[in-house]
Design a protein around this ligand. Sequence first.
Ligand SMILES: [Ca+2]
Length: 306
Amino acid sequence: MTKCSFERVWALMRIRTLLTGVSLLAVMYLTPLTIFAGGQTPSGRGLAAKYTGDEGSEEDLNVIIFTDFESDVWLKHWSGPKRETVSVVAEDKKRNFQSLQNKALRIKVPKGKHYGASIEYEFKERMGSEPEEIYFRYYLRFGNDWDPARGGKLPGIGGTYGRAGWGGRPSNGRNGWSARGLFKRQVGGKTPVGYYCYHADMKGRYGSNWIWDTEKRGYLENNRWYCIEQYVKMNTPGKNDGILRAWVDGQPAFEKTDVRMRNVNTLRIETVWLNVYLGGTWVARSDHHLYIDNIVIAHDYIGPIQ
Ligand SMILES: [Ca+2]
């Protein structure tokens, strides 16, 4: 190599090093903005780690309500629990039920029907105001007869105000919204779950289907308890900066940070909605059961029972 070409190569290497440095700096400065635009995603242990089996968590300053179905007290805090498809059970051997912590809520979708349950925790009535962001964690177990031929709705979060944002009543940013859970028909013996979201950018009459497919964590087996956690942060009115997150067993399963639920600040988080509904217009081909326990609604990430 001549001295001239050596110097040219050396100069090129220095330019590349310089460019790499600039790129690294750009990555260092830009990456946090990208990753943390909606706040860092927590995972693993949350506030529940301060308690054994959630006991005492209702005293936590960040906890709004803890419901374990051990007494009838829960009936005072939730609206709409009385339906013949809803019961509290300590055992249910026929369906291979094993308790998580003693009694659990059992919800049945009877053959030929859609419901289920429609039970709500109404923030304004229960705590005097409606939050802008909320964490909702519950334990979910599909019974051994859970085998939906088609999809339906699961618990989630909403602000329909009885006007729009569910049931084929589309959102326009001013009337209502919701981000319930959804389930699809089983794939390989597992039920895909996700968000069923009515939002201001939705197309047509029905909400968007967003399966929790990170690491396939939103694919749930029957006869197993899962820790399901959902987080909603309302968008700045008119902007696409609303956040939906989900965790399964404390691990991130879904994130979307550009949701527009509203154009007006009068739409907020109205309820946590324990909705179980098979359909659409289709009905259950057979009886289906699922179980719910250890519900926590909180201002901070909750995480699994310790
Ligand atoms: Ca319980």
